[in-house]
Design a protein. Structure first.
Length: 478
């Protein structure tokens, strides 16, 4: 029971403590019904707590005030229970901040960054410096005294953790795609490049293998994926999509190189999820309704908007199951007016302003199909490895920033998720960050993370005939 309560506290975003009078008995303040309770020793005293007796009898009011004046509470000191609650409050999240990945200048995906390290002698040092500068900038932005920092935890993808530690990720760019290390690293934060006092420690999450890194371990830690309760699927959709399947037989993991389409990359008007990005679309009849982040004038489309657009184009029959955007003459509604025909494929106009036109092109659809097929194929490889079928999945978690904005129904429409998963799907937010916080405040959680990384079963997709087969089967929208 205590272990379960600790687990709940570690994962909770908000906690309210409700205590009885008994919490203060160790401070010498009697409770009411205990062996030395006020009402036990003096049954008449219970009247002082009854509003009707208090208002009707002046003697009760007099006794009540006399008891308050004589109460030991005036001289009592906090006991261990009180101090524990104060300690919990101090361990609360005081501030959060984020920043774009500064390593994107060396490429939009991890493979591009590995290639940059391999080709350019000083690329590794520059990437590491960029990452540390960004981290230290976030820390200084909190407005706290850096000298008070006692511990820092880091949970990132395999390549990011290598770069942050100044270790070349080059071996991950060639078969058999092995990491230079897997185990957790505990270092002095200052010596590692962080603005922190000499005695501050740095805990770097362990890696599972290949491109399933510390952020996946942190996610598994937060979601309790190691507890082997039922069948749970967790996925962090991005340029490199990490997939984890928890079953009675253990935790199965893999990573699908899905490309940047889900993050707005390789899309004509793609962008990150910032102000002005189209994040949701609804097509009803001839009307196209768009929602942009911050309700700002649309300037592009982010990952969740792309998924939504694909789903709506399918449902409105502007696009067929093969992903082909139809020509004007094939569309019987006024949506045909939004079609721009071209020799290399058609485009669909999502938004047209005085100076801005945002479209989904045929090439955008193909890029999305490849990303979607890679992720779904990765899932199916894990199902096969674990010896289960998709209908056995009892819970689905969508982690990461992408999942916070996506509509579950859209994932089903584009063929990424099964229809039966709709009611089973839960958006878990930045689960990796929550797992990193758990290891920050609890050495036991850090040890649990290391156990997860050691025991997880990693399934590489490179060279897998099953993956290639499933990839081709999932290219269409079905």
């Amino acid at each position: 029971m205590i272990a379960q309560a600790r687990s709940w506290l570690e994962r909770a975003r908000r906690v309210v403590a409700l205590t009885g009078a008994g919490i203060s008995t160790d401070s010498g303040i009697p409770d009411f019904r205990g062996p030395q309770g006020v009402w036990t020793k003096n049954p008449v005293a219970e009247k002082m707590s009854d509003i009707h007796h208090y208002l009707a009898d002046p003697e009760v009011r007099k006794a009540s005030w006399q008891n308050r004046l004589a109460s030991p509470a005036w001289s009592a000191q906090p006991n261990a229970g009180h101090l524990a609650l104060v300690h919990l409050e101090k361990r609360n999240t005081l501030a959060e901040a984020s920043a774009p990945n500064p390593q994107s200048r060396w490429g939009s995906d991890v493979i591009s960054r590995i290639e940059a390290v391999a080709k350019t002698p000083d690329a590794l040092a520059k990437m590491r410096e960029a990452a540390l500068t960004a981290c230290n900038g976030l820390i200084s932005g909190f407005g706290i005294d850096a000298e008070k920092i006692s511990k820092i935890t880091v949970a990132g993808n395999s390549v990011m953790e290598h770069i942050l530690l100044g270790i070349s990720p080059e071996p991950m760019g060639r078969i058999p795609f092995k990491t230079a290390f897997k185990e957790a690293r505990v270092l002095k934060a200052g010596e590692a490049g962080f603005n922190a006092p000499e005695n501050a420690s740095l805990y770097v999450f362990p890696l599972i293998g290949g491109f399933v890194g510390g952020d996946s371990v942190a996610t598994a830690l937060f979601l309790n994926l190691d507890e082997k309760k039922g069948v749970t699927l967790a996925i962090d959709i991005g340029t490199n999509s990490e997939i984890m399947l928890s079953t009675q037989e253990g935790l199965f993991t893999t990573s699908a190189a899905s490309g940047p389409a889900f993050e707005g990359g390789n899309i004509s008007f793609g962008m990150t999820a910032t102000e002005g990005a189209i994040e949701d679309i609804a097509i009803t009849g001839d009307e196209v309704k768009i929602i942009s982040i911050g309700n700002a004038p649309p300037v592009g489309i982010c990952g969740s908007g792309i998924v939504s657009a694909m789903a709506e184009l399918l449902k409105s029959e502007v696009m067929d199951k093969t992903g082909r955007i139809k020509s004007k003459g094939e569309i019987t509604t006024n949506l045909s007016c939004r079609i721009k025909e071209g020799s290399s494929g058609n485009s669909f106009i999502l938004f047209k302003g005085a100076k801005t036109e945002i479209t989904i092109s045929q090439d955008d659809v193909r890029a999305f199909q490849m990303a979607k097929a890679a992720i779904r194929a990765g899932m199916e490889v894990l199902f096969e490895r674990a010896g289960i079928t998709p209908d056995k999945v009892e819970k689905v978690f969508v982690a990461g920033a992408f999942g916070s904005h996506i509509k579950k129904a859209s994932l089903e429409t584009v063929g990424l998720f099964d229809r039966e998963w709709n009611k089973k799907t839960e958006v878990s937010g930045d689960a990796a960050l929550e797992g990193a916080k758990m290891a920050l405040i609890s050495d036991e959680s850090a040890r649990k993370a290391e156990k997860i990384a050691t025991e997880a079963k990693y399934a590489p997709l490179s060279g897998s005939r099953l993956f290639e087969k499933r990839f081709m089967e999932n290219m269409n929208f079905s």
